[in-house]
Design a protein around this ligand. Structure first.
Ligand code: FAD
Ligand code: NAI
Length: 496
């Protein structure tokens, strides 16, 4: 009895403590304190973007040293790894975003946050022009501001290779509205297929979902779609569910080229078991309103009917990035993205740092790279500011006749220390991807080797890794709640 009592007490204590901790964290986050005003004597850092690179920088930057201004067309951070889950309703859209002000309001000094799209960067005069890109416009809807340092982290956009019909007829999966649109379109296809008197061939077309691109985005979407089919469509549309067909088209000989061979095989066999058709060595040539023209490995052209086509064929530079390259034609000559040195300084752009997917480096365009780069630049900026302050102190000491030589020597030593900014070094934490039916694949660096694992345990690891990487307690709570909701009630099949 006493043992049971002890267990009961400990459990109760743990519940009260975790409840208290949860309450403390949420209340602390809800009521950020007063912030210092901008200081005209400090330099201004302008940050373009509110994605992985920019947000990681904002979390780390010390506003004691700088006035910070953030400009982004979205006033939130999007946790992209869970975006495919939103497209089929496993997660709700707002569960994986967090307002940028959630971070900036907790800084010591006020950070100016503007919802707007940077239109141009003038590297010569060190200014940025940005405009209000929302539906409602005020008397002022565009302006130009100066910067001392610019953190350029605008990401990339969808690569279409100029293939006809892609922009007009396909759905992308890059930003939050893309996933919401996908979810609505998917249910539209299903409801239209269920329409009274619909002919067989038309039902087959509407229920054929094609995914172009066998990279992680395409694979994860196909996996999520399969779950939706098995868990929900079969219950709510039993007459249609077995007509749903998922095809994944990939130009290369296999899917997930960045993963190890063993995991590629595991993914392909899981897809086969889940009846997801993989068409490798197949290239999309044209997308029409209801059909797609593909070229197979024998150079034969085929026209395949589809209901919805998801385009996940990789990244290309945004227009503003291409304009920036055009200003520096001698040094910026890579179509893939901006060229930077080992300290992430833009080649040819004084005071500009470029980070994440907008750059062309030896690193893959991933969240991991972008967030490490953001944190690195925050540290580098701090060192640069400290160095300037110390140099001013040294100047005053040298100008004063009362200064002692040892005082001067100590400051010189400190200057030498903060002057040593190390080049950016990327530390790879591994690659993870969800492949459907509660299975995930993971390539993890392990004791100087590589651990390739796939299956249910990896799926649980995938979930816990993403839960712990979410930006806030609020996001964690909402995502856990969504997962539980889907387990209890299934996904919501209403079309918004
Ligand atoms: P982004 O995060 O794209 O941020 C760019 C920011 O710039 C956005 O806030 C955007 O609104 C803003 N912006 C755009 N234009 C302008 C402008 N003109 N002016 C100002 N701001 C602008 N990587 C992983 O490592 N692991 C994963 O599991 C993973 N899953 C993914 C799943 C999906 C579906 C997708 C699409 C990507 C995934 N990635 C993943 C890749 C990862 O999301 C990107 O590499 C990462 O977002 C790059 O960070 P970034 O800061 O460079 O760009
Ligand atoms: P990607 O560039 O990795 O893959 C795109 C694929 O589309 C390529 O394999 C390419 O061969 C194929 N393709 C291009 N044009 C085609 C055509 N016309 N016809 C048929 N196939 C065509 O792009 P993705 O998946 O969007 O990923 C972008 C970046 O984000 C990558 O760096 C990736 O690692 C990262 N990411 C990581 C995730 C994870 O780690 N779980 C999830 C999603 C993205």
């Amino acid at each position: 009895r006493s043992f049971l009592q002890t267990v009961g007490r400990v459990t109760l204590g743990a519940i009260v403590l975790s409840g208290g901790a949860f309450f403390y964290v949420t209340q602390r986050d809800r009521h950020p304190g007063q912030q210092a005003a901008h200081d005209a004597s400090k330099k201004t850092v302008v940050v373009l973007g509110s994605g992985w690179a920019a947000t990681s920088l904002l979390k780390k930057i010390d506003t004691d040293y700088y006035n910070v201004v953030v400009i982004s067309p979205h006033n939130y951070f999007l946790f992209t790894p869970l975006l495919p889950s939103v497209s089929v309703g496993t997660l709700e859209p707002r569960s994986i975003i967090q307002p940028t002000r959630y971070i900036t309001r907790h800084k010591k000094r006020r950070v100016e946050v503007y919802e707007g799209e940077a239109k141009s960067v003038d590297v010569e005069n060190k200014t940025v022009t940005f405009a209000d890109n929302s539906d409602i416009k005020g008397a002022v809807s565009a302006t130009t501001i100066p910067y001392d340092y610019l953190v350029y982290a605008v990401g990339a956009e969808n690569q279409t290779f100029g293939i006809p019909g892609v922009r007009e007829h396909t759905c992308f999966l890059k930003e939050l509205p893309d996933a919401e649109k996908l979810r609505t379109r998917l249910m539209d296809c299903v409801e239209t297929a269920a329409f009274k008197g619909q002919e067989d061939a038309e039902i087959d077309r509407l229920m054929h979902i094609m995914v172009v691109g066998g990279g992680p985005t395409g694979v994860e979407f196909a996996g999520e779609l399969h779950d939706f089919l098995v868990d929900d469509l079969q219950s709510w549309y039993p007459e249609l569910a077995n007509r749903l067909k998922i095809s994944l088209i990939e130009a290369l000989p296999n899917v997930l080229p960045v993963f190890s061979k063993q995991l590629i095989q595991y993914t392909e066999s899981t897809f086969k078991a889940n009846k997801i058709d993989i068409l490798t060595r197949t290239m999309v040539r044209e997308v029409k309103e209801k059909t797609v023209v593909v070229q197979d490995e024998n150079k034969q052209l085929k026209e395949i009917p589809y209901g919805m086509l998801v385009w996940a064929a990789g990244n290309t530079s945004r227009q503003i990035t291409r304009d920036l390259m055009a200003q520096l034609p001698d040094v910026q000559n890579q179509r893939r993205g901006l060229l930077v040195d080992e300290y992430l300084r833009l080649l040819g752009g004084d005071g500009v740092f470029a980070l994440g997917d907008c750059t062309a480096t030896s690193y893959a365009p991933t969240a991991q790279v972008a967030s490490q780069q953001g944190a690195y630049i925050a540290r580098a900026l701090e060192q640069m500011a400290k160095k300037e302050q110390l140099e001013e102190t040294l100047h005053s000491l040298r100008a004063s006749s009362n200064s002692k030589p040892e005082e001067i020597e100590a400051v010189v030593k400190q200057i030498n220390k903060v002057s040593k900014i190390k080049p950016f070094h990327y530390s790879h934490q591994g690659s993870l991807a969800y492949i459907g039916s509660e299975k995930a694949v993971a390539d993890l660096p392990f004791f100087n080797g590589n651990l390739a694992t796939g299956g249910m345990a990896t799926f649980l690891f995938w979930r816990s890794a993403y839960i712990s990487n979410l930006l806030s307690a609020r996001n964690r709570f909402l995502v856990l709640n969504d997962w539980m909701k889907v387990k209890l009630f299934g996904r919501d099949v209403s079309r918004e």
